[in-house]
Design a protein around this ligand. Structure first.
Ligand SMILES: [Zn+2]
Length: 280
């Protein structure tokens, strides 16, 4: 009996050691520092045939990229820092490691706006809530792969006036952090599809004004707000570079600019992180 216990303990010890000391070298997780609001890419090298897996319980979608298989997933802006398991099955063989989400401090911006811009009437409050629900219903839908290669800048050559994640305090009241980037642009400037997609939503909303949401497949969505004109309709297929809309100042906007945002598998992530990802 005693001998049997020792054997079991030895087997367990070896199993724990091997998973720590011999993490599969064919698996690469990037970037080195994973943060809330960032994008994580898992690459499996050495010509694996099939890879499936999860990170922190979320299913990863692996696509062929040259002689590797690669999955792109988002880490939500509000994700708690900590260490979570990345569980893979490479050609049926389990492979597991821990991936840490580091802390990230986003800047704080204090704004003073006229009260009538901040305090909503009950009707507007109810409208904004309905619209928010309509938008939120989109993110859990993970359609088939449409995007291919790197994501392009929808409004190239323009300055970002407010970055992603900025924690806004308006008239001393903390608001939700900025969920996208604001790009300085003039009314009427063309907004291009960052990648191939299907139009998931065309709407005119209280806060975001004339809005377009593009579904790039596998849970990757891009969205464009405060537009003056929309050139696409719900369900329409678009190609990378197509002009989907024109910049405007509709909805709650103090002037013409483009607000654009990205969701990946439900996670709010930084559009700048998506644009700089090398996916070709
Ligand atoms: Zn914005």
């Amino acid at each position: 009996m005693r001998y049997r216990t020792i054997v079991v303990e030895l087997v367990l010890a070896v199993a724990v050691l091997s998973s720590v000391a011999f993490a599969d070298p064919s698996v690469i997780v990037s970037p080195k520092k994973i943060v809330p609001g960032g994008i994580m890419v898992v690459t499996v090298k050495n010509g694996a045939g099939t890879v499936e897996g999860t990170y922190n319980g979320k299913t990863l979608h692996f696509n062929k990229a040259h002689d590797t298989l690669r999955a792109v997933t988002g880490i939500d802006l509000n994700a708690d820092s900590g260490t979570y398991p990345l569980e893979l099955k490479i050609d049926g063989k389990p492979s597991s490691r821990d991936v840490t989400i580091a802390k990230k401090k986003y800047p704080v911006q204090r704004l003073t706006l006229p009260d009538e811009m901040v305090i909503l009437s009950p009707e507007n409050e109810a409208r904004a809530e309905r619209e928010q629900k309509r938008m939120a219903a989109i993110w859990p839908v993970e359609s088939g792969l449409l995007w291919q290669g790197s994501f392009a800048n929808p409004l190239p050559g323009k300055k970002i006036s407010t970055h992603f994640g900025v924690r806004r305090i308006i008239n001393k009241i903390p608001k939700n952090p900025h969920s996208g980037v604001d790009v300085t642009a003039d009314e009427g400037e063309p907004v291009h599809a960052p990648n191939d997609a299907v139009v998931a939503l065309v709407d005119d909303q209280f806060f975001s004004g004339k809005s377009v949401v593009l579904d790039h497949g596998q849970g990757i969505y891009t969205m464009f707000f405060h537009l003056s004109k929309i050139n696409v309709t719900n369900g329409q297929k678009v190609k990378k570079g197509d002009v989907v809309a024109l910049v405007g100042a509709t909805g709650r906007a103090t002037g013409a600019h483009l607000h654009w945002g990205v969701r990946i598998q439900g996670a709010k992530v930084d559009p700048e992180a998506l644009m700089t990802l090398k996916l070709d």
